[in-house]
Write a protein that binds this ligand. Structure first.
Ligand code: SAM
Ligand code: SF4
Length: 511
């Protein structure tokens, strides 16, 4: 099949139409603008009632989200931030999950005007990692201390679903002996950020052991989308992208991750789009998104838009949009990435983020080459704001009271998506509420965070990080020993046994 034929067969119109309602998708531009206009002057009591709903861990309606997006009063904004942090603590406690991106290819058939990988960017050096190179990159990431990664791919026949599945098999098979020599470390969860695919191709990724499938809509505004993505490219099809997660659900992948590239269009509209997306997934599948991302556009090689878009989001608006997302979709993980500067990222985590990356390299082959981004600007997609090592970021967050988790147990024990929610005919948020009230998943996460943090401290932490980390882990252990849930369920002896065994060199024991 030549390139043109390949491009033409990617989109399956029937796999868009099946999700439409009366021929319409879930982005109703008029109704979004209408709600943003209608709730222009939010009333204090109305805002506080909505905050209470978030604190009860209930998905907000688009109307309620519009109210929060219109709050300008500094006092009310502060109340919203406090509520956002409380929501985070209630659902995720003081845990923060770490990952890093592995860029496998920068060949791309599309021409998104904001991206360094766009096909008409002749300055970009193109490469698709061989399986040997994937293995070397994975080894370098394991040696940094990573257990979870997100593999990233341009859209191209050379990096199609079969290539992605092969690279996943290579990553999962890569093992490194621990520094103490009596166990091995590996990547235990691979999330994928790749172009929208057909259900058949998504099933290949499911069979290869995908963790979360992530696709960003870029912008939820159809008109702006059309301006940024040439119509004669695959990515030019707005609805093919809009229903990528619906197809993933149909393919059996129930951890799906949505996001918007902030800076392409009005930030309030994008937040509304994300909330509508969460509602439609819940309505059609009974499960909302596993995570939401809100990357801000960064300068990309030769891209005028990436630096001059009229919609670039300033720090203050960024703080507000993260707060509103935390409140609007309270049960979902929020990811803040190393695109952000160190001090802002540290602050944003306090508005309810649950995942972040560190020691990230977004150049093709950059982990094993040990290059900083300035050394190969023609191989990266855009420039990162924070290039600190995993050890440095973990240390900073441990000092702020956040325990690093590399837990991947939920996925491997089947406690994901609808498998943890298999209560028939109950809406997702209600199922989540039941689970949350029982506190089961969060409690397992607490144990697994301690077990994986123990592994990290033993194997990779610098002396200073270990010193701060030991104090934190001690505090966590005391809390765990004092919680009746663990004694009642007879989990404590197993946990303490695993903890002891990990401390003396065994690896990958989880609850
Ligand atoms: N090619 C696939 C796609 O577009 O879905 C997946 C990989 S693409 C490299 C991953 C994401 O990078 C895109 O969805 C986009 O949101 C983000 N991105 C592109 N250009 C960016 C920029 N200049 N700054 C920040 N993020 C950018
Ligand atoms: Fe290609 Fe994705 Fe970049 Fe668009 S954002 S040019 S599809 S790699």
């Amino acid at each position: 099949m030549n390139m043109k034929e390949w491009v033409q067969q990617v989109i399956k119109p029937a796999e868009i139409e099946k999700y439409l309602v009366n021929g319409k998708d879930f982005i109703d531009e008029k109704s979004i603008f209408g709600n943003l206009e209608k709730y222009r002057q939010p009333d204090k009591q109305q805002v506080r009632d909505i905050l209470q709903k978030s604190l009860d861990i209930k998905l907000l309606s688009p109307e309620e989200t519009a109210v929060l997006l219109n709050v300008e009063d500094p006092g009310l904004l502060e109340e919203m931030r406090e509520a956002a942090l409380q929501v985070k603590k209630k659902v995720y406690d003081n845990r923060i999950v770490f990952f890093a991106p592995l860029y496998c290819s920068n060949l791309c058939v599309n021409s998104c005007v904001y991206c360094g990988f766009r096909s008409d960017n002749c300055a970009e050096k193109r490469h698709v990692l061989t399986m040997e190179e994937v293995r070397r990159e994975t080894e370098a990431m394991i040696d940094e201390g990573h257990k979870r990664l997100i593999a990233v791919y341009g859209e191209h026949p050379q990096s199609d679903a079969d290539y992605i599945a092969d690279s996943m098999a290579t990553i999962y098979a890569t093992k490194r002996v621990t520094p103490t020599g009596n166990g091995f470390n590996n990547i235990r969860r691979i999330n994928i950020n790749a172009a929208p695919m057909s259900i058949e191709n998504l099933r290949k990724l499911w069979r290869a052991g995908i963790g979360t499938y992530q696709v960003f809509q870029e912008t939820y505004h159809p008109g702006r989308y059309a301006e940024l993505h040439p119509a004669n490219t695959i990515k030019g099809n707005f609805r093919w992208r809009l229903y990528a997660m619906h197809r993933a659900m149909d393919a059996g992948i129930d951890d799906v991750a949505i996001g918007a590239l902030f800076g392409l269009y009005d930030w309030r509209f994008e937040v509304m789009g994300l909330v509508h997306h969460a509602h439609d997934l819940e309505r059609q599948f009974g499960i909302g998104p596993h995570t939401i991302s809100f990357p801000r556009m960064q300068p990309a090689l030769g891209s005028f838009v990436s630096e001059n878009s009229p919609y670039l989001v300033r720090d203050d608006a960024f703080r507000r949009l993260v707060t509103v997302l935390r409140l609007a979709v309270p049960y979902t993980g929020l990811i803040v990435t190393a695109r952000e500067r160190a001090e802002l990222r540290r602050e944003i985590i306090n508005y309810g983020c649950t995942q972040t990356d560190a020691s990230s390299k977004i150049g093709i082959g950059a982990y094993s080459e040990k290059k900083v981004q300035e050394e190969n600007p023609d191989k990266v997609q855009f420039m990162l704001g924070d290039e600190r090592s995993l050890d440095e970021v973990i240390r900073e967050l441990a000092g702020d009271g956040y325990i690093t988790s590399f837990c991947t147990a939920g996925y491997r024990c089947g406690r994901t998506g609808d498998k943890i929610m298999n209560l028939p005919s109950t809406p997702f948020s209600s199922k989540f509420m039941i689970l949350l009230e029982k506190g089961v998943e969060g409690k397992f996460c607490k144990l697994n965070a301690v077990l994986t943090f123990r592994e990290y401290l033993n194997d990779y932490a610098s002396a200073e990080t270990r010193r701060i980390g030991e104090q934190l882990i001690e505090k966590e252990l005391q809390e765990i020993e004092g919680m009746s849930f663990f004694t009642d369920k007879k989990l404590l002896p197993t946990f303490l046994n695993y903890y002891k065994r990990i401390a003396s060199g065994e690896r990958d024991l989880y609850m």
